[in-house]
Design a protein. Structure first.
Length: 171
């Protein structure tokens, strides 16, 4: 038999859910670590986050092009983001994650990162410097959290459109 809910209980439940939804909107950044660097991605641009599946290597590609991943029957190119911007290669195990950043833009591309650090709010950071590096247009503003750790905003559309990111061939 179906449980009967009073109008008052329904209204209280609805108010609680709306308040929770509002607090989720406030935390609209995903924190992640790639190599030694800490990055922030706009949550709508982050896409899906997965443990690293088996990767199939792609011959004659740059070292940061780690291979292809089969995610529910769809192939995604996997870019080691630390290696791409000059850091160490990430071991695709343990806390490492794939972030399907291209899904929203109809591009089958995933970033391999060292780990995700959870949802963050822009209000939790203090602006340190605006991002204006023409050679790396995906680098947004640099900010510091309350512990003094530097974080950089990652501009996913700029990354996906960058010529160097699109050319993974080692030849």
């Amino acid at each position: 038999m179906a449980r009967r809910t009073s109008l008052r209980e329904f209204q209280e439940s609805l108010a609680r859910r709306l308040a929770e939804a509002g607090s989720t909107q406030r935390r609209a950044l995903l924190g992640l670590q790639s190599g030694l660097d800490h990055w922030l991605i706009s949550l709508p641009e982050a896409g899906e986050i997965l443990p690293v599946p088996e990767l199939t290597s792609v011959p004659l590609s740059k070292p940061w092009m780690r291979g292809l991943a089969n995610v529910r029957g769809t192939l995604y190119s996997v870019v080691d983001f630390s290696s791409y911007h000059g850091g160490e290669l990430i071991l695709p195990a343990g806390e490492a994650r794939l972030i399907l950043v291209g899904a929203r833009f109809n591009i089958n591309c995933a970033l391999l990162v060292s780990r995700t650090t959870g949802l963050r709010a822009a209000e939790d950071f203090e602006l340190e410097a605006e991002g204006n590096d023409d050679s790396q247009p995906w680098r947004g503003a640099t900010m510091r959290d309350t512990t003094g750790r530097p974080w950089t905003r990652m501009m996913i559309p700029a990354l996906l459109a960058h010529r160097g990111f699109l050319e993974a061939s080692a030849a």
